[in-house]
Design a protein around this ligand. Sequence first.
Ligand code: 13P
Ligand code: SF4
Length: 309
Amino acid sequence: APALTPIQQEILALKRERNAVILAHNYQIEAIQQVADYVGDSLGLAYQAQASKADAILFCGVHFMAETAKIVNPTRTVLLPDLDAGCSLSDSCPADRLAAYKAANPNVYVVAYINCSAAVKALCDVICTSGNAVKIVNQIPADREILFVPDQNLGQWVAQKTGRKMRLWPGSCYAHVQFTVKALEKVRAKFPHAPVVAHPECVQAVRDLADEVCSTELMVKFAKEQTAKEIIVITESGMLHRLQREVPDKTFIAGPTDTCACNDCRFMKMNTIEKVRDALKNMTPQIELPADIRSAALIPLQRMLDWSK
Ligand code: 13P
Ligand code: SF4
């Protein structure tokens, strides 16, 4: 393991002092991943948050992920290093617009990708992540008409995998839609033997060129199974830190966009090592949720955790 910097050592000391646990998403910067107790995808992080017995959960990810931790484990203090770390996908489905849609279409069965606010979760029947979306949708009664929010790309992929017809909310991840066929073909020409793994938030034309489409956690499994030495990874570039640590004998090539050699999510990258230290030092900023929203959001989230086992 690499030697820790003074600030990283300070974080580990504060973590013990506060009886805190650090949960980090795969897209966080390497220095944060190195001090985390657990690094994973949205699904793994939700299970970890629910099971945590620590006094405080310092969540290194974006706002909806920290909110999810608070919903499933409300008696813990949940800290997010920067409250402005949002998500363009989550923002594409405001709760008032979903409520209006439901009022006009009262019979739809609403499946929400976990990348949405607690207020949106509170309006839904079941939640899914990219890691379990197919499994969740397959358990929805066949006679129900499904509305999938907020990601039209993940929704389209799940519809194709399950054969279920679904209405799709017109949202998308600003970062993942920047991957294009043109950029992917260029990198493939450079590494012709490298298999391609892509996140389902990518557009269909990009997904269709990939050897595997899956959640960030399943990318680790995919990488371990490959015989090829080089793998092209079409997702946010923080993922490469996790892959390189767990599969050190392979080389990972970040998926490029038309304008950049790799692709960062500006929200995920709002968390810095200094903000992580300050959050533990000051025990702020904390995630607070109105009790009615929390208890309404827990129903579809708990359904997901149960159906996903
Ligand atoms: P995963 O659950 O696959 O890690 O995805 C989270 C996310 O925000 C993708 O952009
Ligand atoms: Fe949201 Fe996209 Fe960033 Fe994931 S990568 S947190 S979906 S904006």
